[in-house]
Ligand binder design. Structure first.
Ligand code: AHR
Length: 500
């Protein structure tokens, strides 16, 4: 089989906002407790922050981390997590039926984010709390000094304001599972009023309104339009969430369909963009609302196990999906989809980061990487500059849900400042290798910096024994062409230095 990618530097989708390589830490399961925070663990610092986990996250190059939820935030009182630890209350976490000791709160998270080299995407509780709790949190975090909440922050040891820029106005407020679920009108009105109060404290912040929790919810579409109708002028982004699962493990044809789920994400994003733009037209405004895909991943492996978790524990083993090789292939293709939509998707958070549906897993002794770690690490480190509109010529196949799935999914990003072009390419063919040619327009190859392939594992193989690794990919490059053989079911990256 043959496949060709044509790359034209003048045909740009957008400058890539690196926040699309964001992730998510929720106070849930072992993400925080026994994850990023474990006092006494061998690598932990004097504040209980695990250095081995920080080192692993640094490899993923995550520029922004959403916190503290998720469903958790809709019943959370942020004031419980500040001040002397001995005075902090132990609460029932009603979202996940766990015990929350509040040992880890706002300051601990911000200290951790500083060590990781990432920024906060802070969520406020619009489920069970309201306008002033949100505005007070902005004051606590961002106001310099001389007011009740800013001076309390200083008293609690943080003199300089945190200056958190990106804020989520609640979480999945349409979801029946969400504590404080609302109708679209109720939520849109509350989001607008909270946004006004938060911006009154700090007008440099950016705000994300909640879209539907899923495209499959009956409210999808109406929810987005009604919410934006209420709060359009005071928010900057609309959120969307999407998780993928396998339909039937025993059906051998299902893998073809699973690997086509990037088409679903593409349709979802374009559908939400269309709604945002319809509201824009109705309001006759020049302001554009962009998207924050602030939860996305594969999530289905752990569902049965989670129902067996005993309630009211601290740090229960929950949502601990073990990812297969096929999940890594899908995650790679979903990342390409984010790049293809980088003109409108400006923030995206892989949900989540550590131990909970996560690329990084821990035990008391150390960390290990899931299969999905590898494509994410490559795209977040090298998918920089501008995303170039891909012209891909390749055969397609038909699957259960998708009439035409291209066997080759590919895109190039161009970091002009550093003279680097990076090609990501996935061969979805289970049986045949793919003769891959990239044709460059108006660019000449100076050298191939790095070429790797991720392949050779069974679709159901996972990385619990640590055998997965990226391998070198052989390429032939000259002038304006580069060729390589992409193995069946493989994820590939080629980095090129272009001549001046
Ligand atoms: O990421 C796990 C959960 O999925 C989040 O708490 C919630 O927002 C979503 O339903």
């Amino acid at each position: 089989m043959k496949g060709k990618l044509t790359v034209d530097p003048s045909n740009q989708i957008s400058t890539i906002d690196e926040r699309i390589y964001g992730s998510f830490i929720e106070q849930l399961g072992r993400a925080v407790y026994d994850g990023i925070y474990q006092p006494g663990q061998a690598s932990a610092d004097e504040n209980g922050l695990r250095q081995d986990v920080i080192d692993a996250i640094k490899q993923l190059n995550v520029p922004i981390v959403r916190y503290p939820g998720g469903n958790f935030v809709s019943q959370y009182k942020w004031e419980d997590g500040i001040g002397p630890k001995a005075d902090r209350p132990t609460r029932l976490d009603l979202a996940w039926k766990s015990i929350e000791t509040n040992e880890f709160g706002l300051h601990e998270f911000m200290n951790w984010a500083k060590k990781v080299g990432t920024k906060a995407d802070m969520a406020v509780n619009l489920g069970t709390r309201g306008i002033m709790a949100a505005a007070n949190l902005v004051e606590y975090c961002n106001f310099p000094k001389g007011s009740y909440w800013s001076d309390l922050r200083r008293k609690n040891g943080q003199e300089a304001p945190y200056r958190i820029k990106t804020w989520c106005l609640g979480n999945e407020m349409d979801g029946p599972w969400e504590i404080g679920q609302k109708t679209a009108y109720e939520y849109g009105h509350l989001a607008n009023e909270a946004a006004k109060a938060m911006r009154a404290v700090d007008d440099h912040i950016e705000l994300v309104a909640c879209g539907s929790s899923s495209m499959d919810n009956p409210t999808f579409g109406d929810w987005e339009a009604t919410v934006l109708d209420q709060c359009y002028d005071n928010v900057d982004y609309l959120s969307l969430h999407r998780y993928y699962g396998y339909y039937n493990d025993d059906d051998p044809t299902e893998l073809d369909n699973y690997l086509g789920k990037n088409i679903d994400l593409d349709q979802f994003i374009k559908g939400v963009v269309a709604i945002c733009d319809a509201v824009k037209a109705k309001k006759r405004t020049n302001k554009t609302i962009n998207l924050s895909l602030d939860e996305w991943n594969v999530w289905y492996h752990s569902n049965d196990a989670d129902t067996k978790v005993k309630p009211w524990q601290k740090a229960p083993h929950m949502l601990e999906d073990i990812y297969n090789f096929e999940d890594a292939l899908l995650v790679g293709s979903l990342l390409i989809t984010l790049l293809k939509n980088s003109d409108r998707v400006k923030i995206a958070c892989l949900a989540q980061l550590v131990n909970v549906i996560a690329p990084i897993m821990t035990d008391d002794n150390g960390v290990w990487y899931q299969s999905i770690f590898y494509p994410f690490m490559q795209v977040s480190n090298h998918g920089k500059g501008v995303a170039l509109a891909p012209k891909v010529d390749v055969a397609t196949y038909q699957s259960r849900e998708f009439p035409e799935v291209p066997y080759l999914d590919s895109i190039a990003t161009y970091d002009q400042a550093n003279g680097e072009l990076t090609i990501f390419a996935e061969n979805k063919n289970q049986h045949e290798s793919l003769d891959f040619k990239t044709q460059l327009k108006d660019l000449t190859i100076a050298e191939v910096i790095e070429a790797t392939q991720f392949y050779g594992y069974g679709p159901k193989e996972d990385n619990r024994n640590g055998q997965m690794k990226l391998q070198p990919l052989s390429t032939q490059a000259a002038g304006d062409q580069i060729t390589a053989t992409l193995q069946p079911l493989s994820w590939n990256m080629i980095r090129i230095r272009v001549a001046n």
